[in-house]
Design a protein around this ligand. Structure first.
Ligand code: RIB
Ligand code: CA
Length: 358
């Protein structure tokens, strides 16, 4: 078991983020633009929570409302490598952002594909970029087909995905990002097996990310920092679909997106809460929150009648294969939320200051 405590101050991290925006992907992007240590060089879109065209529109719109329309957004593959496309509008809403009604983006996506962007950016910045994937791994797998030398040009890869000693959320043993494109996940885990021990892929599985439970009071704390009262919109007793009337658009969008996600979790019998997997993985990528890891060899089941899409971790060298991951095994959720709420709340407050006070 390895313990990772936030360095003071955390080092600057230049990131390629690959998302399937997605409510928690949106929160991860907001957290990253709110983080002075983070430098997002591109946001790449993959089909997952919703189809890739919708993911791309959501990502363009979301970065614009976050004040970062300067970040390149590139569209990725319409479909997984082999599997038929699977999406989950019941979890993230018909458009992937819950009840939030985002303004249409004022700019188009990049002219290059997500896979081309992975290849070209890592060639332009060899050894500098951390990859953070919070969706299916299709784009990265396609990039590896274009350029097998990509892994060693990466500083590090962080993946939100998989589950090991914990139930799946898509099949009894598989997690969504891996289940959507198991072949892509295997391509990535195999290709990044050549990374040296100090740059092994960090995997943030459901085992830990399902302990990152966001509640209405976390959103209220963000609204308090911003200085806008949060209406009863996020009360579990408010009618299904109640919209926020918060005067600051970002607070309203967060509330409306999370209300849908919290209703979904309640419908699953988990309570009026939201598992926010992706912002936690983003904080791990920045090294701004405490977490523990276990080294392992991870592979992906592709053929099991019942177990296709399952990530399997060899923690004891049974397979006699090289270690290829550091699996996040624990964290302190309350500390994550204190950090997340303060950072996101302050960012939104400062973004909305009148020009004279900036
Ligand atoms: O299984 C959770 C993951 O799948 C999260 O990244 C969520 O956004 C979906 O992509
Ligand atoms: Ca996601």
């Amino acid at each position: 078991m390895h313990v990772h405590e936030p360095a003071a101050p955390p080092a600057r991290t230049r990131l390629i983020v690959d998302v399937d925006t997605g409510i928690d992907d949106a929160l991860a992007l907001l957290y990253l633009v709110a983080s002075p240590e983070a430098d997002i060089v591109a946001a790449l879109c993959t089909a997952g929570n919703v189809p890739v065209d919708q993911v791309t529109t959501n990502t363009l719109s979301w970065l614009e409302v976050c004040g970062r329309a300067d970040i390149e957004v590139a569209a990725g593959s319409q479909v997984p490598l082999v599997a038929p496309l699977m999406t989950t509008e019941d979890t993230h809403g018909p458009h992937g952002v819950g009840y939030a009604e985002l303004p249409s983006p004022s700019r188009a996506p990049s002219s290059r594909s997500a896979a081309q962007a992975w290849v070209e950016l890592t060639r332009e910045h060899p050894g500098e970029l951390t990859g953070l994937v919070t969706g299916p791994l299709t784009n990265l797998a396609l990039a590896l087909r274009l350029d097998p030398g990509l892994p060693l040009r990466m500083r590090r890869l962080v993946i939100m995905g998989g589950c090991f000693h914990h139930p799946g959320n898509t099949t009894p043993t598989s997690e969504w990002n891996v289940a959507v494109d198991p072949e892509a996940a295997k391509v990535v885990f195999d290709a990044f097996s050549i990374m040296p021990a100090d740059r092994r892929t960090i995997v943030c599985p459901l085992d830990v990310t399902e302990s990152i439970e966001m509640y209405p009071e976390h959103v209220s704390r963000i609204a308090d920092i911003v200085g806008v009262p949060l209406s009863e919109a996020l009360s579990p007793d408010a009618p299904r679909g109640t919209r926020s009337s918060a005067g600051v658009p970002l607070v309203r969008h967060i509330s409306d997106a999370l209300r849908f996600y919290m209703e979904f979790h309640r419908d699953q019998g988990l309570g009026f809460l939201a598992h926010v997997h992706d912002p936690f993985a983003a904080a791990v990528a920045l090294g701004t929150v405490p977490y523990t890891t276990r080294p392992a060899t991870v592979d992906v089941e592709l053929d099991g009648r019942l177990t296709r899409g399952t990530t399997v971790a060899d923690l004891s060298d049974m397979w006699k294969r090289s270690l290829n991951t550091d699996i996040v095994a624990g964290t302190r959720p309350a500390e994550f939320f204190d950090h997340f709420v303060e950072r996101v709340g302050s960012y939104i407050r400062d973004l909305n200051l009148p020009p004279s006070k900036n």
